[in-house]
Design a protein around this ligand. Sequence first.
Ligand SMILES: CCCCCCCCCCCC(=O)SCCNC(=O)CCNC(=O)[C@H](O)C(C)(C)COP(=O)(O)OP(=O)(O)OC[C@H]1O[C@@H](n2cnc3c(N)ncnc32)[C@H](O)[C@@H]1OP(=O)(O)O
Length: 151
Amino acid sequence: MKKPIQDLYPENLAHCYGCGKNNTQGHQLKTYLEGEETISRFTPDLKYTAIPGSVYGGLIASLLDCHGTASAAAFACVAEGISLEQAQIPVRCVTGNLNVNFKAMTPQGKELVIMGKLKHIEGRKITVEMTLSADNVVCATGEILAIKLRE
Ligand SMILES: CCCCCCCCCCCC(=O)SCCNC(=O)CCNC(=O)[C@H](O)C(C)(C)COP(=O)(O)OP(=O)(O)OC[C@H]1O[C@@H](n2cnc3c(N)ncnc32)[C@H](O)[C@@H]1OP(=O)(O)O
């Protein structure tokens, strides 16, 4: 079965609050490469409430952040001919810049679907465009500039 990108990170770089598999108190977001796009799914706990019934924007930014860095790692691997069908990838990205547009209230109690598309790669800089949707309605869009860590 295909592994999520986050499960391919080196063990010492897998503690991120948003997506590290080694952070038992974190969100443990999981992102998959499907064709030319990336996808994560996440259902927020009720404690992440903004206005009752809607999801806190900070959580939405966090989901886009970790979806973005995972997508950047996946797109960098594809560009460099590195297989994702292995135990570990030698690529890890951190966020340089993250821009979030909140388009509509994000409803509580729904599975959120986050999608990512590669915009461009320039050296170690990878730009990814993202959407976050609930019930097929785009509630937020985002763009991340992820920087590939030096080896
Ligand atoms: C051990 C770690 C565990 C890492 C564990 C992984 C956890 C990931 C968690 C998920 C996401 C997060 O929340 S990450 C946490 C939030 N982000 C951070 O803390 C990152 C803080 N920033 C940094 O550590 C550093 O600035 C880096 C690593 C991003 C870049 O430093 P560097 O490796 O020395 O590279 P540097 O030469 O400065 O930059 C490379 C190119 O990127 C551009 N660049 C660099 N930063 C930016 C920026 N903020 N905005 C625009 N552009 C930027 C430069 O102009 C340059 O362009 P050019 O001259 O080549 O054109």
